[in-house]
Design a protein around this ligand. Sequence first.
Ligand code: GTP
Length: 580
Amino acid sequence: MEAIKSLREPIVCVLGHVDHGKTTLLDDIRGTSIAEKEAGRITQKIGATEISYNILEREIKTAFKNIPIKIPGLLFIDTPGHVAFSNMRSLGGALADIAILVIDVNEGLKPQTIESIDILKKFKTPFIIAANKIDAVPYFVNTSNTSFANAIKMQRREYIEELDNRIYKLISDLYTYGINADRYDRISDFSKTFAIVPVSAKLKIGIADILMVLSGLAQKFLENEIRLTYEKTLGTVIEVKIEESIGITLDTILYQGMLKRGDTIAVNTSNGPARTRVKAILVNSNRGLKESEKVVAAAGIRVLITDKIPVIAGTSMIKIDENTSEDEAFKTIINESKPNIKISEHGVTVKAEALGSLEAIAYELEQASINIRSAEIGDITKHDVTDVSTLNDPLDRIIIGFNVSVLDDAVQEAASSDIGIITGNVIYSLVDDAQKWLAKRKHDLEEQRKSNIPVPSKIVIMPEYIFRAAKPVIVGIKVLSGRVKVGDTLIDDNNKYAGTIKSLRDGDVSRQFVDAPAEVSCAIDGVVLNRHIFPGETLYVDIPENVAKQLRSEKLDDNIMKTLDEITKIKRKINQFWGF
Ligand SMILES: Nc1nc2c(ncn2[C@@H]2O[C@H](COP(=O)(O)OP(=O)(O)OP(=O)(O)O)[C@@H](O)[C@H]2O)c(=O)[nH]1
């Protein structure tokens, strides 16, 4: 069939919240692929599972007659989840052409469902929704290994109502995230509505429906994306293995063109782009891995290369040939290794395991209005900690690590600094923790700032407690209002400088500040008693004009506000617009 040869297999990724059934669904799909051969024969596999044209046709045709299949099969990426999805890139964006978003129909949308939606939208990847665990809906009449279309015919009215209620809830919740969805068998225009396929991964219900909807969408809407051309040969390295006896193998999803033994390829290494050769290609077969002379996209392959080079997973493999020069391939590789993240002058520091996850966490931080000042791949090192701990803005002193470790010397270094380190492997809780950390630090800084700014206060020098007349003056004072602090500047009622508070003592205890009402002894620098200040005199804590203005907008104690009025009156003797 000519049409089949012109298209490659669409690449499918499975995403969804933890425990909603991604792995079980992928197992069902893998089971489908094994069932055609003799069950249990696949012992080793490479990153992806192919559902061939024959299986696809058989699976779909048993449930749905007369549905033409134009694609040569489907290739499912074996690692589920939005992190894997973000880490597996193609030169056009996401490696997956289409995705399945698994949602437990009984639980509905959860944080990682929403992150998955965000990421799918960001990459503009079309997807279908597998509404899973329909067997856990009340009144379920037990059945298994069948299509949803068939299973629903066996159910009672009560079950159909319960399931519909859940699906309606799902539809309305998805709508709030800009997703217009409906049950797949009720959709008239698939270009406008996202398909919800009810399934039970556990009981293998709805697998045929999933395969049918995926195939239908791919062949109708993704023809350009999945057109097979031989102009360029491109792959994404998803795992690198160093095997002493064999050498370096690259588990790769080949998504365009054809790769042969002996071909020259460009890959990305920790030392930059490098050129190497294909020594052997291994592919999945019924009896484990087998060598292959040449492979056509799309396929999961293991490539043994001729050089011992530190290839980075998640990066491109580009065949160098008459259509693609080494220079061009290297340029492409360098370009794709730059993270697409908005960097600000101030913000948090982010570290992640790979480019895709770095971008994924950066994207979510941006959504939460958290700026990023630095984003890099790798574990959190001592160098990161010293770098961040010397930043001027205390709100920048935080490192967020996604799927990375904090190295031992970094832990030690961090212990003696005020920086925050937040690590984890769940994006939403990392973002949440970062928000909490930033809010707390802001609050602490505000408190600190409050304790540093002068408070409108009034004191009187107690004539009966004069201890020293100069250098410094030491007298007993009565604090009538506010809070006097060491370092405060005093003025008299003519706005004349009346000294600086050097220390405060309450009996034997030295104090940094004293709240009214109180009587304490006070050392005052910069003035002489009976020349500048006098026993019995009332003095005020000097307030800068900007502080006075700011204090007017805050709700302060009545006595303090009264004192602020008095200070304002004093200041206006000299400047009638003071504090306006
Ligand atoms: N009742 C019911 N349980 C299911 C179904 N699918 C999966 N489960 C159960 O849900 C739990 C989680 O399933 P997994 O497939 O591991 O979910 P996951 O989304 O891959 O989870 P993570 O890998 O932890 O993110 C397991 O106990 C499954 O047996 C289903 O269709 N019905």
